[in-house]
Design a protein around this ligand. Structure first.
Ligand SMILES: C[S@@+](CC[C@H](N)C(=O)[O-])C[C@H]1O[C@@H](n2cnc3c(N)ncnc32)[C@H](O)[C@@H]1O
Length: 265
């Protein structure tokens, strides 16, 4: 399982830093106006280091953000659960009447985020229900139910940028718990990689940030369906990015090993 320090996840900060910068580009692919408030000095330093290793990451994170945002926008559900939410601001950006957002994350990351949000003018802090939970120690299904999650309502779960950092056992058990707690036709949107340390700079960079890649696969469908889901559709980042920009990304080898996926309960 991913190492989260007492002051929260470092990879959550760099992801927010990519979203912040991507949102400020002309013809931006994603739009997260709150991200820049949450990055902090450490996020800025990580971004500079990350740019040297994998300059394509900002584009990939922007495409992933937009793809997941659209899944929520077109979904007809009453609940959205963001697992391993990090510095995600979807509950503020995509709020709509009748939809309840839950954010589940490590207490250290969530503590950092909640403190940072206090200082953000105008941020709707009650847009989501915060559920602090250490996946290694706590039962996240029980924590969610305790926070008001309803198992009889169709739900969208977003599990963004987390699976590569987990062991296969942790990935399996999370899908098993999700299959048992989600109403039929609920959907889980996530990303995964077929990527090991040493393949190029991305996995090595995550490892040096103290959060190494532990799980890789070229096709996650057998695992997810084996744990109780009906089907999984995966989309290679290369295709998702080309569809958004109309062009191949220059120097983006990691995109050929990075998948966006939808699992149907
Ligand atoms: C790479 S960050 C992704 C954050 C966010 N989903 C995004 O894409 O910006 C990984 C997230 O997983 C969370 N995480 C890692 N290990 C965890 C654990 N044992 N319990 C709860 N959350 C954990 C971290 O706190 C962090 O927010």
């Amino acid at each position: 399982m991913q190492a989260v320090s007492e002051w929260g996840s470092r990879t959550a900060r760099i992801a927010a830093a990519y979203r912040a910068r991507a949102s400020q580009r002309p013809q931006a692919i994603c739009n997260d106006p709150w991200a820049s408030y949450l990055v902090g000095e450490e996020g800025i330093a990580l971004l500079a280091a990350g740019d040297l290793v994998a300059p394509e990451m900002e584009l990939g994170i922007a495409v992933r953000t937009a793809w997941l945002d659209e899944a929520i926008q077109r979904g007809s559900v009453a609940q959205v659960v963001v697992l391993g939410a990090g510095l995600d601001t979807r509950s503020a950006r995509l709020a709509r009447p009748g939809v309840r957002f839950f954010e589940v994350d490590h207490p250290a990351t969530q503590g950092y985020k909640r403190a940072a949000l206090e200082a953000v003018p105008g941020y709707p802090r009650d847009a989501s229900v915060f559920v602090p939970c250490d996946f290694e120690r706590d039962d996240f299904a029980m924590a969610l139910k305790g926070a008001g999650f309803q198992t009889d309502l169709a739900t969208i779960v977003i599990w963004e940028g987390v699976i590569p950092y987990l062991t296969e056992d942790a990935v399996r058990s999370t899908f098993r718990v999700l299959a048992s707690m989600l109403a039929p036709e609920s959907r889980v949107y996530f990303d995964y990689v077929d990527h090991a340390r040493g393949a190029d700079g991305v996995a090595d960079f995550a490892g040096e940030a103290g959060e190494p890649f532990l799980f890789k696969t070229p096709d996650i469908s057998p695992l997810v369906c084996g744990e109780g889901f009906q089907k999984v559709d995966s989309l290679l980042m290369t295709s998702a990015q080309r569809a958004r920009t109309g062009q191949d990304a220059v120097n983006a080898p990691f995109f050929a090993r990075w998948y966006l996926a939808e699992a149907v309960r």
